[in-house]
Design a protein around this ligand. Structure first.
Ligand SMILES: Nc1ncnc2c1ncn2[C@@H]1O[C@H](COP(=O)(O)OP(=O)(O)O)[C@@H](O)[C@H]1O
Ligand SMILES: [Mg+2]
Length: 270
């Protein structure tokens, strides 16, 4: 990508363009460009406002951000998510301007608070998974996701260097063949976040968790979320027994390791 959106002056200008498109005044507070967004989107926080911009050079990100906005609108107050202040196209791409969720991403909470933050996240996932899903228009079942994975592989969009350690050295077609061979015969369908890694949950003590980054939200097997949550918890807070917390607080009699393995594998394609 030729445009370095994380270079501060470029980011500042870009944010000003987004705010102009939104009819909002430029920020009085300093702009804080978040570097741990993984997607390539520009995320900038200033006081109570967050701008998320999918740059025009990244068309896949624009599709994902548009889906995220649709999902947030559909969810409304069914879950705790930031309010949308403005969303739409602008000179630099496609942007979402939303309220800042107060708190810390669960990936970044202090070690002494990690257990409470993980429990709150588990409770939030359990509440999401128990909402009615019949009228949800976002289909993320395997009937949709496996063809999407195939399309990603065919388009050469799968980053084999980013595979989990257990698949290091695999090719994308090999991973796809393995996914087809190990796909579960049935799905336990619920409303899922779709990318339940810990940076996408904002927590502060005594408060419910806020959900962010809902571009992959939709109806899928509950292990879509549980698998990604457990992998992320192990990475970010390795000294905490997240599977035990999940069994106790979700709750689950036992964790289906094969389902975890399969949904982690599916995550490699997106
Ligand atoms: N509304 C918000 N309130 C607070 N922090 C936010 C908000 N939106 C984004 N962030 C911060 O920016 C990070 C990246 O945003 P996210 O929407 O997850 O982008 P990406 O798709 O790049 O992962 C989040 O992990 C969080 O730290
Ligand atoms: Mg994110």
């Amino acid at each position: 990508m030729s445009l370095d959106l994380t270079a501060l002056s470029a980011a500042d200008d870009t944010i000003r363009h987004v705010l102009a498109a939104a009819g909002m005044s430029p920020p009085a507070a300093p702009i804080d460009v978040v570097s741990h967004g993984k997607s390539g989107d520009l995320i900038a926080l200033f006081g109570p406002v967050v701008v998320k911009l999918a740059p025009s050079v990244l068309s896949h990100n624009i599709v994902l951000l548009a889906q995220e906005i649709e999902a947030m609108r559909w969810l409304g107050d069914r879950v705790r998510a930031p309010a949308i202040l403005w969303a739409g196209p602008c000179e630099a791409g496609y942007a979402l301007v939303s309220e800042t969720a107060r708190g810390t991403p669960v990936s970044h909470v202090a070690e002494g608070q990690a257990r409470a933050a993980l429990i709150a996240t588990i409770e939030t996932l359990a509440a999401l998974h128990s909402l009615p899903s019949a009228d949800c228009p976002f289909d993320r079942t395997l009937a949709v996701r496996i063809p999407m994975a195939e399309a990603q592989v065919e388009a050469g969009l799968v980053d084999e260097d980013d595979f989990d350690a257990e698949r290091a050295g695999w090719t994308a077609p090999q991973a796809l063949a393995h996914a087809r061979a190990t796909a579960p015969k049935s799905e336990d369908l619920v409303l899922t976040h779709g990318d339940a890694s810990l940076p996408n949950f904002i927590w502060s003590p005594g408060q419910p968790v806020t959900l962010l980054d809902l571009g992959r939200f939709g109806v899928a097997d509950r292990y879509q979320d549980l698998a990604i949550f457990l992998r992320s918890a192990k990475r970010n807070h390795p000294h905490i027994d997240a599977p035990a917390l999940l069994r106790e607080h979700y709750p689950l009699a036992e964790i289906d390791e094969r389902a975890c393995e399969f949904y982690r594998l599916m995550d490699e394609f997106f």
